[in-house]
Write a protein that binds this ligand. Structure first.
Ligand code: ARG
Length: 406
């Protein structure tokens, strides 16, 4: 069925996608490999050479870090997007971009199929498949790992049989996914939700107990809701994130341990390290409390939750998500200023904020007697604000005596 077809595969250089590549070749397909740099760190091997050796018709290595930061991470920061109120969605944000790039290569080489190495149990398959459906409905998606159900030993045997280099180092028990915006660690002993993660799980963050005894202060500058500087020095977003990962990670900031609801119905135990992501959303939210009205903040909270869900569930390129982007963008024009954080042994605490469009007004807020706030107006306001409560109490004898409570 794949005979003679051109297929573009998202290639990581690892065992799964290497086996996929060979498998495509064996089906008589013409496989192309695409390795995308989203800031996951240097690949362990020369991926291009490896793909060609395995049998790729051609192999492409592309750097998409800046595009990832600007087109995917930036809107998520403005939306304070945290799935389950915690997870900053780095993997979920990366998948639609990978799919988009697969489609681009498919157009370049005239492919009819794109392919990925996701299993049938996770969210990533959904994100790849639905993104492709959204932006290139004429292309078919193949997911060999989902279809063939090979165990790891079977994959190793297949690889050996076909001369694919098999990792010689002892395989870590964990399943790891990483990009610029964070790192996820799953599986192995972590599948017991009562098992505390051991030190070998972590790479981006220092154990808070071993973090420096001196706190580190960092000032994050925002312009219209986007992080633009660290301690006064301007950075393009991808570089700012990389820098902040180091700074906050060194102080043990950015670890999460959570039970997560996957789209396919499974609850999974997830460990995350995302120092920059968590501090950026924290600081951004803080700046919004200074610069947005109460009404906008309250309403935006519901948008943020929906935004996170759409992102998580693979609906990045859909009309609702696009419409929510427009709403969020509309709110960000005045979200400019600086937020100062104190990083200390695993905690990140906001200790200061300044903003040219601050709605915070010291003259109004101060307890000083010369405040500009008209306290005399308060009594009348409260009389009307409390009128429905007073009315209810008069008729029903207070909330305790209400008929419903009896
Ligand atoms: N649970 C996270 C998510 O669904 C991380 C998934 C990591 N993916 C992976 N293939 N290991 O976004």
């Amino acid at each position: 069925m794949l005979e003679g077809k051109k297929v573009v595969l998202a290639y990581s250089g690892g065992l799964d996608t290497s086996v996929c590549l060979k498998w495509f070749e064996q089906q008589g397909a013409e496989p192309y490999a695409l390795y995308l740099d989203l800031g996951q760190g240097e690949p362990a091997v020369d991926v291009k050479a490896k793909a060609l050796k395995i049998g790729a018709a051609d192999a492409f290595v592309r750097d998409a870090k800046a595009e990832f930061a600007e087109e995917y991470v930036a809107p998520a920061i403005r939306a304070n997007a945290l799935y389950g109120g915690k997870y900053p969605l780095f993997t979920a944000l990366g998948r639609p971009l990978i799919a988009k790039k697969l489609v681009e290569v498919a157009r370049e080489v005239g492919a009819t199929h794109i392919a990925h190495g996701s299993t049938g149990k996770g969210n990533d398959q959904v994100r790849f498949d639905v993104t492709t459906a959204s932006i290139a409905p004429d292309l078919a998606v193949v997911a060999p790992v989902r279809d063939w159900n090979m165990s790891r030993p079977e994959e190793m045997a297949y690889a050996e049989e076909h001369g694919i280099p098999v990792p010689v180092t002892k395989k870590s028990p964990y399943s790891v996914d990483e990009n610029l915006f964070g790192r996820s660690i799953e599986a192995g002993p972590l599948e017991d939700p009562n098992h505390e993660p051991t030190p070998d799980v972590f790479e981006m963050t220092t154990d808070p107990e071993k973090a420096p005894n001196e706190p580190r202060y960092v000032t994050i500058g925002f312009e219209e809701g986007l992080p633009v500087s660290l301690d006064g020095e301007a950075f393009p977003l991808a570089e700012l994130i990389a820098e902040l990962n180091i700074i906050a990670g060194e102080h043990g900031v950015g670890r999460l341990d959570m039970i997560e609801d996957r789209l396919v119905g499974i609850k999974s135990r997830e460990i995350y390290e995302c120092p920059a992501a968590l501090t950026l959303v924290q600081a951004h939210k803080e700046l919004e409390t200074m610069t947005l009205t109460k009404d906008v903040i309250r309403f935006k909270a519901t948008v943020e939750q929906r935004y996170a869900e759409l992102t998580y569930e693979g609906l990045w390129f859909t009309p609702l998500k696009t419409a929510l982007d427009a709403f969020v963008a509309e709110t960000q024009g005045t979200v400019t200023g600086n937020v100062r954080l104190k990083l200390y042994k695993g905690s990140s605490t906001v200790v200061g904020r300044t903003a040219p469009h601050a709605l915070y007004n010291k003259e109004l807020a101060t307890y000083d007697p010369n405040s500009t706030f008209d306290e005399a107006a308060a009594a009348g306001f409260i009389a009307l604000w409390g009128l429905p409560a007073r009315q209810w109490a008069g008729v029903n004898g207070g909330i305790q005596g209400s008929p419903a409570a009896k």
